[in-house]
Ligand binder design. Structure first.
Ligand code: SF4
Length: 185
């Protein structure tokens, strides 16, 4: 099916100009500060042992499929080129909206590039279930809005303010934000 989206070219241009990829769309859905840090390449994961351990586990357990080799800026975990489906692996079914935007981003970029509609699925590793992320009007609007917010954050010099949220407990930036103290709960 042909992919029709009035903002397709503008979206693609913004993505290329800002060098955006899936994780930007995940982060912006979760927390603006986290997205700002990621955009400005501020990364504390190396010294945050919890995340360092998690990263090592991810690289050994969830290795990407050979189907995605050679894709620059697009890094879903698996692609079915024949059926035009992208799959993103997630350890749990949490952060639904953020994971959905990340996975939808891959499908939309491939849809724009091939001018054919792609489907997106999240594969939840703990339950072994697949969940489809529908690329409908609402999802496209959500990606468009996210790209605009990312554009604003990319130009912004100061770190955005951030309220404590449940995600802070597992965020590599918790020490920086002062949200790593259990008394803050
Ligand atoms: S610790 Fe919380 S507020 Fe700070 S960047 Fe992470 S998610 Fe955002």
């Amino acid at each position: 099916m042909t992919f029709n989206w009035q903002h397709a070219q503008a979206f693609q241009q913004r993505v290329e100009t800002l060098n955006l990829h899936g994780l930007h769309f995940q982060h912006i859905t979760l927390c603006e500060r986290r997205a700002w840090m990621y955009l400005h390449k501020v990364n504390f994961a190396q010294w945050y042992s919890k995340v360092a351990t998690g990263s090592a586990k991810h690289s050994t357990s969830y290795q990407r499929d050979h189907s995605v080799r050679g894709l620059i800026g697009l890094a879903p975990d698996r692609i079915d080129w024949e059926k035009r489906i992208v799959y993103e692996n997630k350890g749990s079914g949490g952060a639904v909206e953020a994971s959905s935007n990340q996975t939808a981003f891959y499908a939309v970029m491939l849809s724009i590039a091939t001018e054919s509609t792609w489907q997106a699925f999240i594969h939840v590793l703990t339950t072994r279930k697949k969940r489809e992320v529908k690329i409908d009007k609402q999802r496209l609007q959500s990606l468009w809005d996210a790209s605009l917010r990312l554009q604003t954050l990319a130009k912004q010099d100061n770190v955005p303010t951030a309220k404590q949220i449940p995600l802070c407990k597992a965020c590599s930036l918790a020490g920086f934000c002062g949200y790593d103290d259990p008394l803050c709960d």
